[in-house]
Design a protein around this ligand. Sequence first.
Ligand code: ATP
Length: 314
Amino acid sequence: MSSVPDNAPHQCPGTQSEDAGKASACAGCPNQNICASGVPAGPDPAIEVIRSRLANVKHKILVLSGKGGVGKSTVTSLLGHGLAKLNPDVNVGILDADICGPSQPRVLGVRGEQVHNSGSGWSPVYVTDNLSLMSIGFLLGSPDDAVIWRGPKKNGMIKQFLSEVDWGDLDYLLIDTPPGTSDEHLSLVQYLSAAGVTGAVLVTTPQEVALLDVRKEIQFCRKVGLPVLGVVENMSLFVCPNCKSRSEIFPATTGGAAQMCSTLQAPLLGALPLDPLLARCCDSGRDFLQEIPGSPAVAALQAIVKQIVSTCES
Ligand SMILES: Nc1ncnc2c1ncn2[C@@H]1O[C@H](COP(=O)(O)OP(=O)(O)OP(=O)(O)O)[C@@H](O)[C@H]1O
């Protein structure tokens, strides 16, 4: 097999050559950085390690959002609690793969906990008996420490999380990702594809500015062969806790997620209302489903969980 990529310059020394990435012909070649990095060509051996590590994880679900701040981490934590509450025998894990902005330890109320490394790998932190979490937040000296890493280092961390966390037997692993479609998403898809990824849940708000990016996210999923389990429209409506009147804080000027899902033929999983008590619970790491069971957001969430379970089990 030729070691000269199709898009390489005429004088390419070959990706296996000692001069790969360093020869004068390499200047300006799109593959120069990869060749110069010395990363071995061919399948990454970590893929097999990840496949075997995640062999006992039944459903691996990525939670994606086009835009930042639309509630992806909140929805991930709610789904985690919602799935874990279905049945004490359902085991759920959350992997916080938002390397630069890990918020799950705070939202799930386990900030300051330690992860332990043993012969069998890193043990995740248990939020409840059947809900566990792994996050880079546990590895930082202080919650205010900034992670300022370039792509390859972030990808290395993701690889390590996927290959070294000892989740045990899980029914659902929810992976909270950074916003957008960056290097980290490609790495996750690449590493998980051998282990069998169930699909993606996409989170958006009803505004066109957020929908615009979630459309790109749907295209990304289709390009990389990641099934779209569905879209959650977050902060759809605000129901006043006093007078119960409903208002659209983020107006759906273009028909919101429902219209977008029908145009792009993607399933709409449901709409979560904006509830200030939910924000308060997340900020203080309390379990919203347990604390405010009567909130319309809890009923909406339970319906979304039901749909995800039925899609996964079908
Ligand atoms: N339905 C909701 N009702 C009230 N507040 C909400 C709701 N969803 C999210 N929030 C609040 O909005 C803020 C942003 O949410 P979150 O951190 O989950 O967004 P994100 O999309 O994960 O952000 P990032 O892009 O930084 O990862 C948080 O303060 C959260 O508590």
